[in-house]
Write a protein of this length. Structure first.
Length: 430
C-alpha cells in the first residue's frame, strides 16, 4: 500500500501545529506503521526540518502561479515556462515569507476554487499532480485538510485511489473570510464530503463542530487523537533555573499573546513574583508585527523588558531549550482550538499547562491530566490560575509527571499510527 500525503505549507515563519501534525502523521505511517509513504508539498516549499524527515521538495499548485491565475485573467493559460519561473524555489521562498500567505483575506475565491471540485481553473496543475501520483502508484491520497477537498473528486477521475481527509482547525482560515465566501466554503465542504472515503478528526469536540458546520455525517469521521514522539532523554522533575512561564505558539492576537502579557503584568505586581520571567516561543508572520510591537511597548512601559525573553527557534534544539526553561505553559487562545498540540509537547517535557476551558482543551486534559482549566476566560482568571500553580510546587510536579506519563502511554506516535492504519482500512485500501 502506498500512502501519499498532500501537505499545504504555511511558510515556516511560525510554529504551525497543523504543519507539525502533518509531519507526525507522515512519520507515524512510514516509521511506525511500516507503510510506504510519500509527502507531497502544495503551495509552498517545506521547511528544512520537514525535508530532513522525508518530505518531497517538488511543489505542486505553486502559490505564485496559483495566485496569478486567480487574480489575472491573462495568466489563466500562462505558458509552462512562465509557470516554472513563477514557481521556482527562489520566488516560492519569497512568497512563503509574505504575510499574505497565512491569511484568507484576499484569497477567498482561490480558497473556494480549491474546495469546489467543479472548478477547473487549475486543470493543468491537477493533471501534473495526477501524473505524479500515477507514476508512484498511489493507493491512498491523504489530504492535509478539507480546504483542498475539491482534489478528492478531481484525482479520482484520473486514478483508482481512496481518499482520506484530515479535519484540523479549518475554521482558523474560513472564519476570517468575508461573507458570502465564509458560508459558501462550509457549504462546499459539506457537498464535497461525498468524494472522501474517510475523514480523520483529532477529537470529539472538533468532530461535533465540523459536523454541525458542514453536515458531514459523524459516521464518516474517525477520531484519531494527535500523538507525539516523547523524548527518551531524562526530563527533570524540577527546574532550578528560576521561575518562568511560557507561551508556546504563533505570537498572535488569535492565540491570545496580549492576554498572556496582561496576565504577566498582573503577576509581576506581586512581590512574591518579582523574579518571574515570561518566555515566548513560536515565531510570527508579517501580519503579526504591529500587534507584537504594541505588546512589547506595553512590556517596556511596565519596566519588564529584562523579564521577557523571545526564543527565535521553535524546532529542534531551540524548542528544547525553551521547553527546558519554563515551569508552566499557557496559550490563552481566543478561538477554540481543535487539538492544541502544544499541550502534548509541554506535557511530554513534564511541564503543566494552564488553559481556558474552551474547545478541545477539556477533552485533552482529561486524558493527559497534565494541567488545569480556568473559566471564565478572562485575564484576571488566567493570572490567578497561573499564580495558584506557581505557589504549589508539589502540584506542578504532580501535574507534569502525570502529563508526561499519559502522553507517553496514551498519546504517542505509535498509537496514532494505529489509528491512521485503521482509517485506511475503513477507506477500503487495506
Amino acid at each position: 500500500m502506498k500512502v501519499v500525503f498532500l501537505i499545504t505549507g504555511s511558510g515556516g515563519s511560525f510554529y504551525c501545529s497543523n504543519c507539525y501534525r502533518d509531519m507526525l502523521f507522515f512519520r507515524a505511517v512510514k516509521q511506525y506503521g511500516q507503510t510506504d509513504a510519500e509527502a507531497v508539498p502544495l503551495y509552498l516549499p517545506p521547511e528544512k526540518i520537514y525535508i530532513e524527515n522525508g518530505f518531497g521538495t517538488e511543489v505542486y499548485f505553486g502559490a505564485v502561479s496559483l495566485f496569478l491565475r486567480e487574480k489575472v485573467h491573462a495568466f489563466q493559460n500562462m505558458p509552462v515556462f512562465l509557470e516554472k519561473i513563477f514557481d521556482s524555489p527562489p520566488l516560492l521562498k519569497i512568497a512563503a515569507r509574505s504575510a499574505g500567505s497565512t491569511r484568507s483575506s484576499g484569497l477567498e475565491e482561490m480558497t473556494l476554487n480549491m474546495i469546489d471540485s467543479s472548478s477547473r481553473i487549475h486543470e493543468r496543475e491537477l493533471e501534473r499532480l495526477a501524473g505524479h501520483l500515477k507514476s508512484i502508484k498511489a493507493d491512498i491520497v491523504h489530504l492535509s485538510n478539507s480546504l483542498i477537498i475539491g482534489l478528492a473528486k478531481q484525482l479520482k477521475e484520473h486514478l483508482d485511489i481512496k481518499v482520506v481527509c484530515s479535519l484540523q482547525n479549518e475554521d482558523d482560515w474560513i472564519n476570517d473570510m468575508a461573507e458570502p465566501y465564509q458560508s459558501k466554503a462550509w457549504e462546499l465542504i459539506g457537498r464535497e464530503a461525498a468524494n472522501v472515503d474517510v475523514f480523520i478528526s483529532p477529537g470529539s469536540y472538533f468532530t461535533d463542530f465540523i459536523s454541525l458546520k458542514t453536515g458531514i455525517s459523524k459516521e464518516k469521521i474517525l477520531i484519531v487523537p494527535a500523538g507525539i514522539e516523547v523524548p527518551d532523554n531524562p526530563v527533570p522533575e524540577k527546574r532550578d533555573n528560576g521561575m518562568a512561564i511560557g507561551f508556546f505558539s504563533r505570537v498572535s492576537y488569535h492565540n491570545g499573546f496580549d492576554k498572556m502579557v496582561d496576565a504577566f503584568i498582573i503577576l509581576k505586581k506581586e512581590k512574591e513574583f518579582e523574579n518571574l520571567k515570561l518566555h515566548v516561543c513560536g515565531g510570527y508572520t508579517g501580519d503579526d508585527k504591529p500587534f507584537i510591537k504594541k505588546q512589547i511597548s506595553k512590556i517596556n512601559e511596565n519596566g519588564l523588558r529584562e523579564s521577557v525573553r523571545f526564543f527565535n527557534e521553535f524546532h529542534g534544539t531551540g524548542k528544547e531549550e525553551f521547553l527546558n526553561s519554563v515551569n508552566i505553559i499557557s496559550v490563552p487562545v481566543r478561538k477554540p482550538d481543535g487539538y492544541g498540540l502544544y499541550i502534548l509537547e509541554a506535557n511530554a517535557f513534564r511541564i503543566p499547562v494552564v488553559q481556558p476551558a474552551t474547545g478541545a482543551f477539556p477533552e485533552i486534559l482529561s486524558v493527559t491530566e497534565g494541567g488545569i482549566l480556568y473559566e471564565p476566560d478572562t485575564v484576571e482568571k488566567l493570572a490567578g490560575s497561573i499564580a495558584m500553580l506557581l505557589r504549589d510546587e508539589a502540584g506542578r510536579t504532580a501535574l507534569g509527571t502525570a502529563g508526561r506519563k499519559n502522553v507517553k502511554e496514551k498519546l504517542n506516535i505509535q498509537k496514532m499510527s494505529e489509528g491512521l492504519l485503521t482509517a485506511y482500512r475503513k477507506a477500503g485500501a487495506l
